[in-house]
Design a protein around this ligand. Sequence first.
Ligand code: FPP
Length: 252
Amino acid sequence: MQRWLTGRQTPKSLDKDAFAALPRHVAIIMDGNGRWAKAHRLNVAMGHRQGTETLREIIRHTDDLGIGALTIYAFSTENWRRSAEEVAALMQLILDFFASEIDELDEKGVRILILGEKDALPPKQRDVLTEAETRTASNTGLRLNIALNYGGRAELTRAARRLAEKVQAGELSLEDITEDALGGELYTAGQPDVDLLIRTSGEMRLSNFLPWQCAYAEFVFPEALWPDFTVADYDEALQVFASRNRRFGGRP
Ligand code: FPP
């Protein structure tokens, strides 16, 4: 079955100007799976499972539009505090997702990168993720970044430490510690900053997600819970993004 559409398409719901002003990098906080499950009298694992269906559609649409990079928040360093059952369900979903999607993603030229501490994940998940990264490393299509066991402060701390190590080793001098140098030590090194951050479910927080990369991002907060979030909702967020006047601290 051809699940991944080919070519770049202008969706009917997105006008020409919005299509011309697409973000280069979209980041999404997929919030609301738990509330969706509760509203449907299901356990939370079913909410995450339904959320994975939404994720498939959104990745496909991002690729169809020709957006360069998509970063999704799949599991934060704080998510370990959830019940053992919920953590296990999320870990299983990771395996299921890659088992069912990796062939199509690779065929479409999607390049997968995991942002976060892979080493602290269970060995099976770690291996599957590493394999997906290796297999797609030379692809040149959509950059799909999956934040897993990720925390923004941890990422910045890691980058600072890596720079300090280079100074200590005499490879860098203090003058070499620039914004570019720090950005170059982040998981997202070489990728554009986030242009558009979407958080579903009406919550308006960053929750330690890409604090550096979102410095000048436009934020859109759709009301829909993540499992209910549709491609039309996504297009609406893109339309809102296109209508924003971005000044990057300057004057229009
Ligand atoms: C937040 O909703 C969502 C998460 C913590 C996990 C999101 C993960 C997926 C959608 C699927 C797994 C990803 C991959 C790559 C297979 P919440 O549970 O905090 O919602 P609530 O605020 O309504 O409780």
